[in-house]
Design a protein around this ligand. Sequence first.
Ligand code: AMP
Length: 280
Amino acid sequence: MKLARTVKEVKEQVREWKRQGLSVGLVPTMGYLHEGHQSLIKRAVTENDRVVVSVFVNPIQFAPNEDLETYPRDLEADCALCENTGAAMVFHPEAEEMYGDGFTTFVDMTGVTKELCGKSRPTHFRGVCTVVNKLFNIVTPDRAYFGQKDAQQLAVIRRMVRDLNMNLEVVGCPIIREADGLAKSSRNTYLSAEERKAALVLSRAVFAGEKMIRDGERDGEKVLAAMTAMIEAEPLARIDYVEMVKWDSIEICHQIDGPVLTAVAVYIGKTRLIDNFIAE
Ligand code: AMP
C-alpha cells in the first residue's frame, strides 16, 4: 500500500490505474480510523479495483471554537488498518498542500445544509463540500463512500454530485455501533468513563424513536418528544438538537409520510456526539 502526501503523487498513480482500465473507489476520512470507517473501506474494496482512503483533518470545516487542534490523530495505525483492509493508497496531505497558494474558492450550498448540523455549525458544510469536491477532482473516483452516521453529510454530498453533474456514484453505508449501541466515532475517545456511560442515551433515544415509527406512530412531534425526554433525563447530556426532516430534502417535517431522517446532536460534557435513524 502506498502513502501519498501530495496531490501530484495521487494524480499520477490514478492516471496509471485508469490507463490500465482499473476502477477507483474513494473513502474520505479525518483519520483515527475505527470499524465504522473500516466498513466503508471493505465495501469499497469489494466494488472497485483500487481504493484510496484520504486521511485529512480538514481545517475549513471546523469553526474557531471547535476541536481542530485536539482532534485525535494516529497515522501509523490508520495506514495499518487501510493496508489490512485492502486499500491501495492512503492520501494524507498537509493543510498547506490542500489550501496553500492563495486558496479562495469554496462550494456553498443552500437547502439541505440549512437544518440540523448546518444550523449549529454554519460554516461546516461549506468546508466539507469544498474538501470533498477537491478530493473528487484529485482522485476522480468511480465511487465514493460515506457513512449514514453523518446522514446530513451524505444527503449534502449526494445533492452536490447531482447538482454539479459530477461523474461518480455516491454510496451510503450503515452506521456501525459498539456492542452496547453507541455509534462508533473518533470523538468517543474524548469521553471519560462516566461520560461514556452517559453517551448511551443517544442510541437509546434513537432506538426508542425508531421503534415508535416501526410500531405505527405517524406523529413526528410525539416521537421527538419521547426522545427529548429520554435525553433530558441524563444529567451529563445537553441537547443541541433533536429533529425530524425529510430524508431527501432535509426539510423539517412533523408527519411521517415518506422516508424521514430523525437526528440528534447532544453534548456529553464538552464532547458533541451525533446519532440518527432513517425510517418511513
Ligand atoms: P470522519 O472521519 O468522522 O469524517 O468519517 C469519515 C467517514 O466515515 C464518513 O463518511 C462517516 O460518516 C463515516 N463513519 C464514521 N463513523 C461511522 C460509523 N460509526 N458507522 C458508519 N460510518 C461511519
